[in-house]
Design a protein around this ligand. Structure first.
Ligand code: FES
Ligand code: FES
Length: 170
């Protein structure tokens, strides 16, 4: 099946079996191995990518469902020479150990910060009339779909808090 995608700003075509997940298309057909396969069941968030501005689990969706969609992976957020604020903040705060969850954490955080900025409430938002705060509680709740087996959670929250405040420490 032929699927046209815009991946990290570049138009590309994937020719794959219709049962191919978006995650496998990215990793195996396009060679973008930054997105990780942790569970392949929508439980860990390691495969998180941003599709048309929304974060999703790439293991839970088929590539052929995304014809014409715009997809951002960790490779599209920044480069080693030009890190995104979140990538720089993760480095600064040592927000990882093995790093396997990190691409998903950063993609999820990038979209999550946009969700807060757009005023979307979460389960822990107290005041639905006011803009949600960039608080640790909001960050933890909104990042709860991204598991870290190394338990780098305090550093991940600190990194996201700094990136949200425009302070990467880089
Ligand atoms: Fe997709 Fe775990 S690999 S959620
Ligand atoms: Fe190892 Fe998160 S850094 S799983």
């Amino acid at each position: 099946m032929r699927t046209e995608l815009s991946v990290n700003g570049r138009s590309t075509v994937v020719e794959a079996d219709p049962r191919t997940t978006l995650l496998d298309a990215l990793r195996h057909h396009l060679g973008l191995t930054g997105s990780k396969k942790g569970c392949d069941h929508g439980q860990c968030g390691a495969c998180t990518v941003i599709v048309n501005g929304r974060r999703i689990n790439a293991c839970l969706t088929l590539a052929c469902m995304h014809d014409g969609d715009s997809i951002t992976t960790i490779e599209g957020l920044g480069t080693p020479q030009a890190l995104s604020p979140l990538q720089a903040a993760f480095l600064h705060h040592d927000a990882f150990q093995c790093g396997y969850c990190t691409p998903g954490q950063i993609c999820s955080a990038a979209a999550m910060l946009e969700e807060i900025a757009a005023g979307w409430p979460s389960h822990v938002t107290d005041d639905l009339e006011a803009p949600p705060p960039f608080s640790d509680a909001e960050i933890a709740e909104r990042m709860s779909g991204n598991l870290c087996r190394c338990s780098a959670y305090p550093n991940i929250v600190a990194a996201i808090r700094d990136a949200a405040a425009g302070r990467t420490g880089a």
